[in-house]
Design a protein around this ligand. Sequence first.
Ligand SMILES: [Zn+2]
Ligand SMILES: [Zn+2]
Length: 248
Amino acid sequence: MFSMLKSYAQACCNLLFPRSCHICSKLLCGATARFDDHLCADCFASMKRCDVVSCRSCGSALTEEREKEEYFCRRCRNDRPDYHRLLSCYVYDGPVRSLIHKLKYEGRAYLASTVAKLIAAALADKWLDQFDALVPVPLHAARAREREFNQADLIARHLARGTSLPVVPALQRSKNTQALADLKKQGRMRVLNHAFRLEERLSPMLRQRRILLVDDIVTTTATARMTSRLLMDEGACRQVTVLAFAKG
Ligand SMILES: [Zn+2]
Ligand SMILES: [Zn+2]
């Protein structure tokens, strides 16, 4: 009875205040036209998935035979990170770029639930079973205050819903790092060195655990490399896998 009333109320509400897609503004009418309450099926269909055959470390496409055999691109073969592998879901372009922009810079925190659903849609069933805890990549405190939320933390919490997995915000950013994409590799590493620290109080929750390190977007992998080193060395984690909604 309650669920009937609830769906009736929802139908009335949709009639009075029709929802529309946050990317293209099209009205979300009918179950087949929508991905969820915030995204239409057409925008979802136009999101480009990352290549299945891609480098385990950086997610770039593999072209040479040797690369395909080893699952590492030429660059990462000689410079392997401390994380086990990178799971990147969509290419940072078109509707994926708009969605991240609206979530991060227009303060639409509720879009983190759409991002979590899109991640689940891109990965195999029961993919979360292989982890023991989720760790979000942190924002610097000053940026978190401006934005009022850390999108990686929200995404991790939505992913963990309905599972028994804990979200452990054990990583802290100790320096407000400048935009990394503009720097060369040595410069990036110099900036990132000491940029993160582990929250000692929470690190016992990570010891010998298989960690999913969650971020909204991965570009240079410098942050993933630095934070996973910290988790493996100081956190004594068993394994770190990096999850990125988008690959830039
Ligand atoms: Zn749309
Ligand atoms: Zn690579």
